[in-house]
Design a protein around this ligand. Structure first.
Ligand code: SF4
Ligand code: SF4
Length: 126
């Protein structure tokens, strides 16, 4: 999977896509919140009340999509400090990839690179 993932992302231009940032938000861990609010010179509580809400699974997520931090040229305002979930998206290089099938099904619908990776993986299995 790591090989397929690396191969695909060598050819993928995320800046011409940004579909993940436009259509689905990441979840924010406590560490993410502390790091990002510091970067934005806000108090964590202020950051939470301005940008986040708690979802059905009790996680902090964005109040709205497209992501507030996505800029017009598809770059990310907080790129160096972005949530862990953004840095790891679409999770196709996870060691325990087989354990995240539901997540992957969701992500192939959003991410053309994840779609290609999974398609190549299926061909290898055939
Ligand atoms: S924080 Fe940055 S990388 Fe994450 S969804 Fe928003 S714009 Fe995209
Ligand atoms: S949806 Fe996939 S290909 Fe598109 S920007 Fe996100 S990670 Fe890159």
């Amino acid at each position: 999977m790591q090989e397929l993932h690396d191969e695909e992302f060598e050819q993928t231009d995320c800046l011409s896509c940004a579909n993940c940032c436009k259509t689905t938000g990441p979840l924010f861990t406590d560490k993410d919140i502390v790091r990002i609010s510091k970067f934005l010179k806000m108090k964590p509580q202020q950051f939470i009340s301005t940008y986040l809400r708690i979802d059905e699974e009790n996680d902090y997520v964005l109040q709205q999509v497209p992501c507030t931090f996505l800029l017009n040229d598809h770059t990310c305002l907080i790129y160096e400090h972005r949530p862990k979930a953004c840095a790891e998206f679409p999770h196709t290089n996870r060691k325990k990839f087989h354990q995240i099938t539901n997540l992957t099904q969701k992500n192939v619908a959003i991410c053309p690179a994840a779609f290609n990776i999974v398609e190549k993986m299926m061909k290898k299995i055939d």
